[in-house]
Design a protein around this ligand. Structure first.
Ligand code: HEM
Length: 423
């Protein structure tokens, strides 16, 4: 795993990291990882340096000066150029980023003023526009040319040195309001933007572990499912798996294990814990592929989530929607893995949202499927082992103070897979 957190090159990130270092120190000193603040608010800002382009120069030459509307702030640079910084009040980052800024920008010429306020930035890869209030109406007032990096998983948007120009009615309005000889068409400044949308650990309610930072994962996506010829589809083929006995014991002893969205934690009647394993309800496909069972294929799509909550030690892992693939050497278990792990050095807990990966390999090479129960086929006790991506996804060796066995190829609990062979 190479989290993007520390490669996010913006002053905002630096500031955030410092703030979290401080927070982390407090948390570590306090001896508990389970904070109570909950959500992390939208952070970051837009920095517009005005007076830089040809049109910007012309504005300065005509006596235009740039001011900030509070709470935005202004820094005067040389030759009339001015830097206006406005923090983000609200941000939604999906495929497109929408950022509402606090404060605004005023262009001033003598006593004449042209105000850009109520600014909302909309950004999508190569297209960034700024809306604002003109004559009481919300309209496009500026555009920013240049690349915009929108990361919907991390909830971040970044623009570096975008060319900032007035747009639409704002051009004419600026000319009229400021009594300019020429309309301010073209680049009048440059914009840097670095914003992260508000977020909250999605399992805060269940696990009680907040997230200080959010980082997009970088693991390779699960390889595509095999296409089964003449497949028999059926409902009600539960996937039951224990994941790993020692992990269940560790988590259940210190934290807790929770089943969500239909996934069930199977508890021993007595004395328990640890729980015996988990059941995910599912639909399945099975293909016999002619005579003999060695080349039989099955795909079982499970649903629901199992939460390994260990707030007292500063981490949680959530495995969701497992898909079991029986397909010779490609037999495997795919799952969404979502983690929040605290760096024991800094106290920063970093949430990496779900990544759907090939989590564990299933070794069916020595398993002969059983067909004793009519209409069903069972692969009993299939050995499983962590894939490299699976090992990285868990992040169990990141904070673990002891020697860590959760590495590529680590043996996990065997799995017994039963699939219906008739619809
Ligand atoms: C992000 C932080 C941490 C991670 C990822 C982590 C991970 C792990 C892992 C993978 C194991 C072995 C589980 C197994 O037997 O399969 C383990 C065991 C253990 N950890 Fe942690 N740990 C973390 C923090 C801590 C902290 C802060 C403490 C102490 C305050 C702690 C105390 C222990 C103990 C005592 C065991 C042995 C449990 C047993 O064998 O029953 N861990 N941890």
């Amino acid at each position: 795993m190479s989290p993007t957190m520390f490669t996010f090159q913006s002053p905002l990130r630096l500031f955030l990291a410092m703030a979290f270092l401080l927070l982390g120190a407090v948390v570590v000193l306090g001896g508990s990882f389970a904070g109570s603040a909950g959500a992390v608010e939208t952070s970051g800002s837009s920095v517009v340096t005005l007076g830089t382009g040809k049109a910007g120069q012309k504005l300065i030459n005509q006596g235009v000066r740039f001011k900030a509307q509070s709470p935005a702030t202004r820094k005067k640079l040389s030759s009339g150029r001015t830097r206006i910084t406005a923090t983000a009040g609200d941000a939604q980052v999906t495929g497109t980023a929408k950022v509402t800024l606090r404060g605004g920008i005023t262009l001033k010429r003598g006593k004449r003023q042209f105000k850009l306020r109520g600014l909302v930035i909309k950004s999508k890869t190569k297209q960034t526009t700024v809306k604002g209030k003109l004559g009481g109406k919300l309209t496009t007032v500026a555009k920013v040319d240049g690349k915009s990096a929108v990361d919907p998983v991390a909830g971040t948007v970044e623009i570096s040195k975008g060319k900032f120009s007035l747009a639409g009615k704002a051009i004419k309005k600026a000319k009229n309001k400021l009594k300019l000889k020429q309309a301010p068409k073209g680049t009048i400044g440059k914009m840097d933007l670095g914003v992260q949308a508000a977020f909250e650990d999605p399992y805060l309610a269940e696990c009680g572990l907040e997230a200080d930072t959010k980082t997009a994962g970088t693991l390779p996506a699960a390889t595509p499912l095999p296409e089964l010829n003449g497949a028999v589809s059926s409902a009600g083929n539960p996937i039951t798996w224990g994941v790993k006995l020692s992990l269940r014991g560790y988590i259940a002893g210190i934290g807790k294990i929770v089943g969500l969205d239909g996934a069930v934690v199977n508890r021993l009647p007595f004395p328990g814990p640890p729980p015996t394993g988990f059941t995910f309800p599912d639909d399945a496909e099975y293909a016999a592929n002619g005579s003999g069972s060695a080349d039989d294929q099955a795909v079982l799509n499970g649903s629901g989530s199992i939460l390994f909550c260990n707030a007292p030690h500063g981490f949680r892992i959530v495995l969701s929607n497992p898909t079991v693939v029986i397909d010779g050497d490609n037999s495997r278990l795919i799952a969404d893995v979502d983690t929040n792990t605290t760096d024991l050095g800094t106290g920063i807990s970093d949430w990496i949202p779900a990544q759907r990966i090939d989590f564990a390999n299933l070794d069916t090479s020595s398993i002969v499927p059983e067909t004793d129960v009519p209409g069903k086929q069972t692969w009993t006790g299939v050995p499983t082992s962590l894939t490299a991506a699976g090992a990285e996804s868990l992040r169990l060796c990141e904070g673990n103070p002891g020697p860590c066995t959760y590495i590529d190829g680590a043996e996990f609990d065997p799995i017994t897979v039963t699939v219906k062979t008739t619809g």
